[in-house]
Design a protein around this ligand. Sequence first.
Ligand code: ADP
Length: 430
Amino acid sequence: DVPAAGKVSTRFDLEKETELRFEVEAGEAAEQVELELLTGMAEVFGSELNRNKKYTFGAGSKIAVFTWQGCSVNLYGKPEVAYVSKDTPMLLYLNTHAALEQMRKQAERDNERGPRVMVVGPTDVGKSTVCRLLLSYAVRVGRRPTLVELDVGQSGVSVPGTVSALCIERPADVEEGFSVQAPLVYHFGSTTPGTNIKLYNKLTSCLAEVFSQRCEVNRKASVGGCIINTCGWVKGSGYQALVHCASAFQVDVVLVLDHERLYNELKRDLPHFVRVVLLPKSGGVVERSKECRRDARDEKIREYFYGFRGVSFYPFSFEVRFSDVRIYKIGAPSIPDSCLPLGMSQDDTQLKLVPVTPGRDLTYHVLSVSSAEDGEEGARKGIVESPVCGFIVVTYVDTQTQVMKVLSPAPRPLPRHTLLIMDIRFMDMK
Ligand code: ADP
């Protein structure tokens, strides 16, 4: 637990209701930074710090240590930046939590359902962070809220290109975030909803339906409600997707981060009983570059196969015969309306399963393993709406022998034989 020899240590004394913000340099060679709470109390995005424990943050981390009462902390190592700010919206976020908690209390009393909250705003305004904060505060007071992750670009739950739901049972770990056990995951296939908005909306509806069913049989889940994290695309179809989500989940509260026009539009377009609230973003939220985002996506896939921090996974590599699997892409390329077969609409083509003939170009693609029962034509129905049970990456394709090599978290054989191809690729550099 002793910091590495030679690491400089810097002490920060924080007054109440202030936060220490620091960033760890990005890149492979970056030195990790350790954080230790010396006196008082403090939290990182809603999770309390233990005193005299060293928390380690790796390359690219952007962290805020907030204190309600005042505290002193030490940083070991050389963060790229580190400064204390008095100007934080934490009090507003806490009040938001208090209001949601009131709604849960009322739901408990009146045998109703708890708040369903959608968090919206452009990219890099701290949506995921606000979700994490509200979820951690809720579990800390004994609730069991559900995180619904609709950000297909930067999913906090599963690999990119998916949407998912996760029951939250304990506060996020300071270093690692929420423990991801048994999430419900659906295949979307790309990092932006725009590539297939019909599919995106369909999957939102699937998640809403499963969540509602769970609420019917699980009172704690119902009272706990949900916090929905959304994509940063807030115009055109992206905006329509938010409106669709609000209606599918029958949300009660929409938190709009730092976007007045979006706030006004949602107020205008959502039913009057939906509470739309405008919240400021934190000055600490750091804008991330395209590369930074791509690296984060890559890292998420790497974690899926190889584990994270203390936990190492050892993935398997084996051959799969083309004849043993069926690979599909969801959505046919759009064609002019006039060319569509009689009785078919553009919607149908976006949700259509298009068989993929394995070839070299499959190499490095991430494939979702659908939980849909294996079967012929008839069983194809329902694949789009079936959750996935895992992911593999194609590492080599041999068209001569009609075999592909895959990276898989579990040994052969594959649990199911229906595979859905993602636009997303992963090159294994290990
Ligand atoms: P969004 O979901 O809107 O894209 P995030 O919640 O992922 O934004 O925040 C972007 C980055 O900013 C994350 O790396 C997060 O850790 C960091 N961050 C959020 N709030 C703060 C803060 N108060 N101080 C420092 N960094 C922060």
